[in-house]
Design a protein around this ligand. Structure first.
Ligand code: PLZ
Length: 452
């Protein structure tokens, strides 16, 4: 039986009922206790979205220490696509734990690292010869993609886009657009990073994809020069920046220009990858073939793993020893990735992402019809968002957004916000969520909008 037929088969704990259930206020007493300890022990810069103490998670719910069961519309920021404690992942990681936990692949290699590379080479867009290298976090993989592109092209400049998010390390902070909270006070940032305008259909007056690409390319040519440019890096659908789907034609035009100018085109599929958008990778929706693809998050069912996959001639440019790290491609994470990939395939989860998308888009568009504060509904597959605005002016409404999220949290639905202007609510459920839970959660969001 597939998970699509019976979402209950992916429940993480033995008796994790797939229900929203509140037995205390959020946070309950045990969660409050944890938050008090956190305040004393954990650096203030490490924030939290919802003040709970999680003890179990699976299917479409998170259970807290007070016995509350919350509907999960965040998947740990698009990580647990295969569901929390996915049985295939648990089994594979447990077996690996009992065999060996670490040798460092660059010291004494093992099968699963190579197997993950083989799977990535098959699954990412394009049928050219590919190589992969594995790392720990999305940011680390982005850094390595840029390293590789610079080494290959012998050029230095990198272009990222408005509203981009690529991570929190020094280079990736520089690539990231938004100042607060990601960058403010954390400079100086790496040099040779330039920014280009994005295609943002809701806010750029409906500029066509071709025109938006021409605008970006003109700026790159005038301000940077292709001869200095190692790479352009872009999220095919922006994540933290506001779930912005560029106008059709924007991405293909950029890829064409990059190819013609020997500029490495890097797709940051950290948030969009692994079935999230209803395809293995979001690049597929417009048929683009990036030179390098950066993946993380959904790759390994919650274990820390990331990768750069791309054209062999680019990936092989760095000398042996030039790429690596102590933990990159750790055996536990690789075992998890192989099991997660199996789950996406065997359990029909990519198809499920499209079904989830249809439910989300349908319900949210219906809400929008009667509510002018919902300026836009957008996304693909199980990566969907609403942008909230002041109806008279179209100005972003960050206050309403925060209030709707707070109402949802208080009522047992974990939603995340995003966007340069903090006015986007994003829906990123595990692909193992049931339609019932999803519909109930959207009902709570509708109540929240009614209450404000
Ligand atoms: N590229 C497209 O979405 C991570 C960040 C949350 P790491 N997004 C969630 C936060 O507040 O830190 C992300 C992404 C894209 C790169 C990254 C970075 O991935 O695994 O967080 O380093």
């Amino acid at each position: 039986m597939t998970l699509v037929d019976s979402p209950a088969t992916v429940i993480g704990g033995p008796a994790l009922s797939q229900k929203r259930r509140l037995v205390t206020a959020i946070p309950g007493p045990r969660s409050q206790e944890l938050m008090a300890r956190k305040a004393e022990a954990v650096a203030a810069g490490v924030g939290t979205t919802i003040p709970v103490s999680v003890v179990a998670a699976g299917g479409g719910v998170l259970v807290d220490a007070d016995g509350n069961s919350l509907i999960d519309l965040g998947s740990g920021i698009a990580v647990t696509g295969v569901g929390n404690a996915n049985p295939r992942v648990v089994e594979a990681v447990t077996a690996q734990l009992n065999a060996f936990t670490h040798t460092c692949f660059t010291v004494a290699p093992y099968d699963s690292y190579v197997a993950v590379a083989e799977r990535l080479n098959q699954l990412t867009p394009g049928d050219h010869v590919k190589r992969s290298a594995l790392f720990n976090s999305g940011a680390e993989a982005v850094e390595n993609a840029v390293k590789i592109a610079r080494h290959h092209t012998k050029r230095q400049a990198v272009v990222a886009f408005d509203h981009a998010y690529h991570g929190r390390t020094n280079l990736t902070m520089g690539l990231t657009a938004k100042n607060i909270p990601y960058k403010s006070g954390f400079g100086p940032f790496a040099s040779e990073v330039y920014r280009a305008p994005l295609s943002y259909p809701y806010r750029d007056g409906g500029l066509s994809g071709a025109d938006a690409a021409a605008r970006a390319i003109l700026q790159i040519e005038k301000q940077v020069g292709a001869e200095n440019l190692a790479a352009v890096i872009i999220e095919p659908i922006q994540g933290e920046g506001g779930f912005i789907v560029p106008a059709e034609g924007f991405l293909p035009a950029l890829v064409k220009w990059a190819n013609e100018n020997d500029v490495v085109f890097i797709a940051d599929e950290v948030q969009t990858g692994f079935g999230r958008t209803g395809a293995w990778f979001a690049s597929e929706h417009e048929g683009i073939v990036p030179d390098l693809v950066v993946t993380a998050k959904g790759i390994a069912g919650g274990l820390p793993l990331s990768a750069v996959t791309g054209r062999a001639e680019i990936m092989d440019s760095a000398m042996a020893g030039g790429l690596g790290g102590t933990y990159g491609g750790n055996p536990l994470a690789c075992a998890a990735a192989l099991a997660a990939i199996e789950s996406y395939e065997a359990d029909g989860l990519i198809e499920r992402a499209r079904e989830i998308g249809a439910v989300l888009i349908g319900r949210l568009n219906a809400l929008r019809t009667g509510d002018a504060r919902i300026g836009d509904v957008r996304g693909r597959g199980a990566m969907v968002a609403i942008e909230l605005v002041h109806p008279e002016t179209g100005e972003p409404d960050a206050r309403l957004t925060a209030d709707v999220a707070a109402y949802a949290h208080a009522n047992g639905v974990l939603v995340l916000t995003c966007g340069t202007y903090g006015n986007v609510i994003r829906f990123l459920p595990p692909l193992t969520i049931s339609d019932e839970l999803l519909t109930e959660a959207l009902g709570v969001v509708a109540d929240a909008l009614r209450a404000e």
